[in-house]
Write a protein that binds this ligand. Structure first.
Ligand code: PLP
Length: 392
């Protein structure tokens, strides 16, 4: 039995998988069991932001594995404390709760918001059309996309959906039961949608005027992705809390919820927990990730990559009529086409380049922030060839 046959027999087929088995990765390259090499512009769906098997993270995790694999949160552990301190110092000085994924970080956020607002009896949370917040029942409800909710009802009460980029649609939803506004500062799965000028500032103002919490889901935008530690810093709008995951531990499974220090205690003792949250392995990976980003000046590199991808995408746009819009923030790159983009994913893969397509028409790339310019050129030459020469 080969791997695909074994999956057919023993693994629940809830994912659509490419018929390729990946066996080894190094930086922005990854290899299949047939020895085919791909340049990866979508490493780990955003988790492998330092490329595959970043040496400093691997070493930190290997060293940690020999000391302690797991201890529960009924004890103190050195690494979790240092990791929380490092995240706090690079963001808004808040406190962290650790977990294992983005959905879990958002669940913590939802519970925190409700607990914070108990004295006022508020519970409603405003999220945005086209958003993506995870696959647990509450985060699927927060995700304002019908396709992810079909057949799952009744959903969790209390979520209201506004239009991304439209402050009036938010104001219309605010009432005396509203507790928070919950948003990705840049929609990732929604198609690398960057908010219009002033939108996030407007949300901050609505929150301040109505005593609401502003929560940013930075699961995809955070940890250096946009060329800033966190996307809120790019926009100059500070949230009251944020959720992180994906790239937070150099590719190891981890997530975190951070809240302003003066209100963080509202996630009350005994009211939330995660057995593996902030475990020594995840924490060692998380600390090494931050160190590697700083030592190798990777925030700056993310900005250089952004400029190069934008420039190349604009050149492609001049050469063909297929490209409708180009949206880049660090190494979050969206190229919106006038046609369905599945052909590009397929043809690029055949030619050894991995990309993604979201919402049928947006080519989405989340290349590693330590991608070299030569690697960027190598992959973009393939993408350009595929898009520019596409026969409708
Ligand atoms: C913005 C955002 N939030 C939450 C999630 C869910 O994260 P996870 O799959 O780790 O639960 C994702 C995953 O793509 C995401 O992009």
């Amino acid at each position: 039995m080969n791997t695909i046959e074994r999956f057919d027999r023993y693994v629940i087929p809830n994912y659509t998988r490419y018929p390729v088995t990946l066996v080894r990765g190094e930086g922005s390259y990854i290899w299949s069991d047939e020895g085919k090499r791909y340049i990866d512009f979508f490493p780990g769906w955003g988790c492998d932001m330092l490329g595959h098997c970043p040496p400093k993270v691997v070493k930190a995790i290997q060293d940690q594995l020999e000391k302690l694999v797991h201890v529960p949160n009924s004890w103190y552990m050195e690494q979790q404390g240092i990791w929380a301190e490092m995240l706090s110092e690079r963001s808004f000085g808040g406190k962290a709760f650790f977990c294992n994924s983005g959905a879990e970080a958002n669940e913590a956020a939802i519970k925190f918001i409700r607990l914070h607002q108990v004295p006022k009896g508020r519970y409603k949370i405003i999220t945005f059309e086209g958003s993506f917040h995870g696959r647990t029942l509450a985060t699927t409800t927060a995700t304002a996309q019908a396709k992810y909710q079909a057949g799952l009802g009744p959903l969790v009460p209390g979520f209201m959906y506004a239009k991304f980029g439209d402050l009036d649609s938010v104001r219309e939803l605010v009432d005396e039961e509203t507790a928070a506004i919950f948003i990705e500062p840049i929609q990732g799965e929604g198609g690398i949608r960057i908010p219009p000028e002033g939108f996030l500032q407007g949300l901050r103002q609505i929150c301040d005027e109505n005593d609401l919490l502003l929560h940013f889901d930075e699961v995809q935008t955070g940890c250096g992705r946009t060329g800033y530690w966190f996307a809120y810093q790019k926009f100059g709008v500070t949230p009251d809390s944020m959720s992180l995951a994906k790239a937070i531990s150099g590719g190891a499974a981890a997530g975190a919820f951070l809240a302003r220090a003066d209100i963080a205690h509202d996630l009350k003792r005994g009211m939330h927990a995660s057995t593996f949250g902030g475990n020594p392995i995840a924490a060692a990976g998380g600390i090494a990730t931050i160190q590697m980003i700083e030592e190798e000046h990777l925030l700056e590199n993310a900005k250089k990559i952004e400029n190069y991808f934008r420039q190349r995408a604009e050149q492609m746009q001049q050469k063909c009529s297929l490209i409708k819009d180009i949206r880049c923030a660090g190494t979050m790159i969206g190229i919106e086409l006038n046609v369905e983009g599945a052909f590009a994913v397929k043809e690029c893969m055949e030619r050894g380049l991995l990309i993604n397509c979201t919402h049928n028409v947006v080519i989405r790339m989340l290349p590693a922030i330590n991608l070299t310019m030569d690697q960027a050129k190598e992959g973009l030459d393939i993408l350009e060839d595929v898009i520019v020469n596409h026969q409708a």
